[in-house]
Ligand binder design. Structure first.
Ligand code: GAR
Length: 188
């Protein structure tokens, strides 16, 4: 059974979806660690309720980003982590973490990359007036939302859809596509 770490900064609905897929035996993996860079993030309680180890920290507690990532690497290795899934983890990752897990760190982005990178992918695509929107899963590199694409899923935006409607549609796709993609990658 492959051990993965989920990195998150917020609500953790993608964490939920991955954990649910594991419980339903659709994803043959174990979340060995949840890494959270925000002490108030809702995902922390979700992980703890499932009895999953968490590492919660604030970047400000470290001298610099490299020192912080060294500690993250240490925690991941100690937990036996082989793959890292970023799920709403709102930080650029540096070579310290990337070198420790080469080609083993992936991210989910709520837009069809290379369009609408950044923290507001859904809103940006919606405000642009896109008629097709979707989700991307990609390998992580040192540039934001720029690594090699692994999977994408698109949908037609319904006429008169509100931002809330498309947000719900994006999240629904994310919660299927992320566990599905992880299962494919881990099985390789
Ligand atoms: C997700 O929609 C994810 O795609 C997005 O943050 C949300 C986290 O939700 N990530 C990015 O925008 C990365 N650029 P969650 O905490 O409920 O999983």
């Amino acid at each position: 059974m492959k051990k993965i770490a989920v990195f998150a900064s917020g609500t953790g609905t993608n964490f939920d979806a991955i954990q649910r897929a594991i419980e339903n035996k659709e994803l043959n993996a174990e979340i060995a660690l949840v890494v959270v860079d925000k002490k108030t993030a809702k995902v922390i309680e979700k992980a703890r309720n499932k009895g999953i180890e968490t590492y919660v920290f604030s970047y400000k507690d470290f001298e610099n980003k490299a020192e912080c990532e060294k500690e993250i690497v240490r925690r991941c290795k100690a937990a036996g982590v082989e793959w890292i899934a970023l799920a709403g983890y709102m930080r650029i990752i540096t070579h310290v973490l990337l070198d420790a897990f080469p080609n083993r760190i992936i991210n989910i982005h709520p837009a069809l990359l290379p369009s609408f990178k950044g923290a507001h992918g859904i809103e940006d695509a919606y405000n642009y007036g896109c008629k097709v929107m979707g989700v991307t899963i990609h390998y992580v590199n040192e540039e934001m939302d720029a690594g090699k694409i692994i999977a994408q899923r698109a949908f037609d935006v319904p006429e008169n859809a509100t931002l809330e409607t498309v947000e719900a549609m994006i999240h629904q796709i994310e919660h299927v596509l992320y566990p599905e993609t992880l299962q494919k990658l881990l099985g390789e």
